[in-house]
Design a protein around this ligand. Structure first.
Ligand code: 13P
Length: 340
């Protein structure tokens, strides 16, 4: 029964060209976003901003689920409706970020490990009572000098992801497994592909060892791109071919969906890349998005914390959701950006 539920939920999250909104910024991450538009990082401002996103009319046509932060799952709209209920009523599944961020990995300079396994079973049970249907755990892998990332750091992070995923499935919560290879650095696209390949291999080895049901989870990886400081930035074709090659080699076809993170790409690039990847389909998995910055950066820029800009911000958000949904079908083109 749980297996059937997990499979149905995972499939529903990537059905009908829909994708996910990652609105699960921790207090320190949302502070960075608010600082850029000079909005105070208060609990009420965070609530107002998330309400603006969740009440945007029409997004349910393009968004199947929203990843929330602990505080947000406990917050409500101005009229008192808890956010989880507000989203569910609109046919959007509430999800929850359950990792507790990263710490330096002992004896491994420059590498990090994601924390949050202690007490996770109990926290998941509470999140489920609060309405969460799926969860997210992010592992972070940085590309640095020749021997970083180390095999050990990749294995340790993969192990954490798999323990988290198993705990989720025990409670009928679909795990989104997010091993993010960061875009920071001057590495080229080949290095990104090489590291992402080794990371994904480690992740699926651990998921298998932990008896995680692949049909009842989603993978949230990075695309294969050159580092942000690399002089040689590759075009659409190179990025999409490398990304598909890497996913085809390392992601089992049993996984129902791959939902990419945006990782620091511009909103337009993230949509364009997703479109190029999908236009080279069909693929064994649904390929969609679970974007944070690529959905929200233009919204924050339009909003600026001003009530008077609320509607314009919501229109900007709806547009990004719609264009990314078109990209799930390979039906987006860059000219649509200017046309609206
Ligand atoms: P970005 O799309 O901004 O990378 O965020 C996605 C996410 O959820 C990171 O954990």
């Amino acid at each position: 029964m749980i297996r059937d539920n997990l499979m149905a939920t995972a499939q529903a999250l990537v059905a009908n060209q829909k994708g996910l909104l990652a609105a699960d910024e921790s207090h320190s991450t949302i502070k960075k976003r608010f600082d850029a538009i000079r909005v105070e990082n208060s609990e009420e401002n965070r609530r107002r901003y998330r309400e603006l996103l969740f009440t945007t009319e029409g997004i349910e046509r393009y968004i199947s689920g929203v990843i929330l932060f602990d505080e947000t799952l406990r917050q409500a709209a101005r009229d008192g409706t808890p956010f989880a209920e507000l989203l569910s009523r609109r046919g959007i599944m509430p999800g929850i970020k359950v990792d507790r961020g990263t710490k330096a990995l002992a004896l491994h300079p420059g590498e990090e490990i994601t924390e949050g396994l202690d007490g996770l079973r109990e926290r998941l049970a509470e999140y489920k009572r609060l309405g969460a249907r799926f969860a997210k755990w992010r592992a972070v892998i940085a590309i640095k000098e020749q021997d970083v990332p180390t095999c050990f750091a990749m294995r340790a992070n993969a192990h954490g992801l798999a323990r988290y995923a198993a705990l989720c499935q025990e409670l009928d919560i679909v795990p989104i497994v997010e091993p993010e290879v960061l875009m920071d650095g001057d590495h080229d696209i080949e290095r990104c592909e090489d590291v992402t390949s080794r990371v994904l291999e480690a992740v699926f080895t651990e998921l298998d060892a932990h008896r995680v049901l692949l049909e009842g989870m989603l993978l949230k990886p990075n695309m294969i791109v050159a580092g942000l400081q690399c002089a040689a930035q590759e075009g659409l074709r190179r990025v999409s071919e490398a990304t598909i090659r890497c996913m085809s080699r390392y992601v089992p076809a049993a996984v129902p969906g791959i939902v990419f993170l945006s990782g620091g790409q511009s909103a337009e690039d993230a949509t364009d890349h997703l479109n190029a990847i999908n236009s080279m389909g069909p693929h064994p998995w649904q390929i969609s998005y679970s974007y944070g910055r690529a959905l929200q950066a233009p919204v924050l820029a339009a909003w600026q914390g001003q009530q008077a800009h609320r509607l314009a911000a919501q229109q900007t958000f709806l547009k990004r959701c719609r264009l990314n949904s078109l990209a799930c079908n390979g039906k987006y083109s860059r000219s649509m950006e200017a046309a609206e």
